[in-house]
Every structure is written in structure tokens, then in C-alpha cells.
Design a protein around this ligand. Structure first.
Ligand SMILES: C[S@@+](CC[C@H](N)C(=O)[O-])C[C@H]1O[C@@H](n2cnc3c(N)ncnc32)[C@H](O)[C@@H]1O
Length: 314
């Protein structure tokens, strides 16, 4: 792939030649609903993966009533579904809607939309991360979920490409006809549905000028498992193109849509860096840092005298 294979489209219209773009990696700068409505109604995408706005008042969104938010998201999901290939997957990464210290897990609200459209839920992946706000009147949130749906039963699932080291590779059958033989898989074990991947906070190698990037590693595993080389990955709320980095790292094509110009500029640079091999990212198979034994992990002397922790209000 060359630098010319990355294209920014600033104004999408019905006249945009989408056919010409099928071999390119494209960032559409605009509203995703309008962009989708300009695209031909034909199956283009093998994997749609995204983290939509959560309607919680981030800088890039205007808070609206929850029912309006869900109706808006549904319209987008309906349009995307028409452009997803049979056997393709949608991975919807969501957290909680929060109001007055009350949470609504957004996956509750999204699942009926996908089911009504005929999707099958294959996994509800718990993405666990170690850092975030400390809440005072409820337990601090440390996970979000990825809802993985397929369009049909004949779907891509490359388990061998994402296996992780087994805990006990030397384990053997202890009875039956295979007694004494190794019981595991030399390629490793199934990564299961709880994934421990650090979130992108200020000191993360991937941190850019965006308030809520998801880590490239989270998407790498999905891209590797749910698509093949040359397949097309689409992220309708692409932010800094983290999904694009994951797609290009593994020789997939990528289209993303992002409304904010500044994130589109960041995305463009990031995709170029991915192609020339200079992009910074934390690979999905890198073990979690273990701080035990460091000075920071020691119980501080001052706390023995009682110092209050700095906590968030909600
Ligand atoms: C949760 S962030 C996604 C971040 C992304 N996963 C990343 O790693 O950078 C949601 C993104 O959707 C964008 N967005 C919000 N409304 C949009 C719309 N109507 N059309 C396209 N993008 C939109 C926001 O600007 C924001 O960057």
C-alpha cells in the first residue's frame, strides 16, 4: 500500500464515485448518517466496528434525550446493515449512559435494535481496563462491552490468528483413550470473552488530542479474528482512526467517517504513519504491566497517618 491509497473526502454527495474508492483507505469528513445515505445500497463492508458517542456530553456531542439518541443510532445501524456483506460482523463498543448517578448500560438499549434487524449476537466481550474515575457513591466503572453480531451463520472466525498462550501448556489427558497425550493446542488457547487491555489515558503510547480513543489492540483482535486480508473494515464514528490503524496493520482496507475536522486531520497522519511503519501503538498481545515491586506499589508512610483520597464527585 502507498500513501496515495489514503484519501480524505471532505464533502460527500450522491455524485461521489464510491466505486473508485473501494481499493482505497478513506476518511469521510462529515455526518455519518448523511454519508451513508450517499453510499450505494450494496454490501461493501466485511466488518463494521465502532464506539459511538454515548450521549454523555463529551466535547464532540450535544446531549439529547435518551430515546432520541437511540432512534438516531438506530437509523444509522439500519443504513449500515444494508451495506454489510452476508457473513459480515458488527462490533459495537459501548459503556454506560449516566445521569444523576444512575447508569444505563447502553448494550441493553442497542441489543433489541440489532436483533430486530436479524443479527445474531456471538459474544458480549467485556473489555476490562485498570484506570478511570473513582466514584464515591457507586463502584468505579472499569469495563465496557463489545457486542459482536454477525449477519448470518456463515461468518469469518479466525480463532487460530488470535490464540493466546495457554496457562498450562504441559497439561495432559488424565483418563480416556487419549490418556497421557497433551490436551491443549500448540498455538495457544481461545482468548475468551473478558479482555484486559489498558485504556488510552494520558501516558498511553497511543494518546492523541481526542477525549476517548479506544486502544488499537482492542480492534486488532477483532480485525484478525473476524476478517481476512483484503477485507473492508468500516468505522462510522472513527475519531482518530484507531480502527483504521488496526485494519492497515493487518492488510485490511479501511473506511472511516468522522464529523470533526481536527480528528480527521489526526486520522490522516496516523494512517500514513501506519503505512510507513512509524505509528505508535500498544500491540494486543503485550502483557499487562505488573507494578508490584516498584516504589509506587508500596503502601506510603503518610497513609498510616490518614490522608484522604482525591475522588470524583459522581
Ligand atoms: C467515542 S468517539 C470514537 C473514538 C474512536 N474510536 C477513536 O479511537 O478515536 C466518537 C466519535 O464520533 C464522532 N461523531 C459524533 N457525531 C458524529 C456524526 N454525526 N457523524 C460522524 N462522526 C460523529 C465524534 O467526533 C467522535 O470522534
Amino acid at each position: 500500500m502507498k500513501k496515495d491509497d489514503i484519501v480524505k473526502i471532505v464533502k460527500v454527495t450522491k455524485k461521489t464515485n464510491f466505486n473508485e474508492l473501494k481499493d482505497k483507505n478513506v476518511i469521510f469528513n462529515g455526518d455519518v448518517e448523511k454519508t451513508l445515505l450517499c453510499m450505494p445500497e450494496e454490501p461493501i463492508f466485511d466488518l463494521i466496528v465502532s464506539s459511538p458517542p454515548y450521549d454523555i456530553g463529551k466535547t464532540y456531542e450535544k446531549r439529547i434525550p435518551l430515546n432520541e439518541y437511540i432512534a438516531w443510532q438506530k437509523r444509522i445501524i439500519v443504513e449500515m446493515t444494508k451495506r454489510l456483506k452476508d457473513g459480515g460482523s458488527i462490533c459495537w463498543e459501548v459503556g454506560n449512559y449516566v445521569e444523576n448517578n444512575s447508569i444505563v448500560p447502553l448494550d441493553y438499549l442497542f441489543d433489541p435494535i440489532f436483533r430486530e434487524l436479524g443479527f445474531t449476537l456471538r459474544n458480549r466481550i467485556v473489555w476490562h481496563f485498570g484506570h478511570g474515575l473513582n466514584t464515591k457513591r457507586r463502584f468505579s466503572g472499569r469495563y465496557e462491552v463489545v457486542l459482536w453480531y454477525t449477519k448470518g451463520d456463515d461468518y469469518t472466525f479466525n480463532l487460530d490468528d488470535v490464540r493466546i498462550p495457554s496457562k498450562y501448556p504441559g497439561k495432559r489427558y488424565f483418563k480416556g483413550p487419549k490418556k497421557g497425550e497433551l490436551s491443549g493446542n500448540p498455538l495457544g488457547k481461545n482468548p475468551e470473552d473478558v479482555w484486559d487491555i489498558p485504556n488510552v489515558k494520558s501516558n498511553h503510547v497511543e494518546k492523541l488530542e481526542h477525549p476517548c480513543q479506544f486502544p488499537v489492540g482492542l480492534i486488532q483482535r477483532l480485525v484478525l479474528a473476524l476478517t481476512n486480508k483484503g477485507d473492508m473494515v468500516f468505522d462510522p464514528f472513527s475519531g482518530t482512526a484507531s480502527s483504521g490503524v488496526a485494519a492497515l496493520l493487518h492488510e485490511r482496507k479501511y473506511w472511516g467517517c468522522e464529523i470533526m475536522n481536527e480528528y480527521v486531520e489526526i486520522s490522516y497522519e496516523r494512517l500514513i504513519e501506519t503505512l510507513d511503519g512509524t505509528v505508535k501503538y500498544r500491540p494486543f498481545d503485550k502483557p499487562i504491566y505488573d507494578p508490584s515491586g516498584t516504589a509506587l506499589a508500596k503502601y506510603p508512610e503518610e497513609w498510616k497517618q490518614g490522608v484522604e483520597m482525591d475522588e470524583a464527585k459522581d
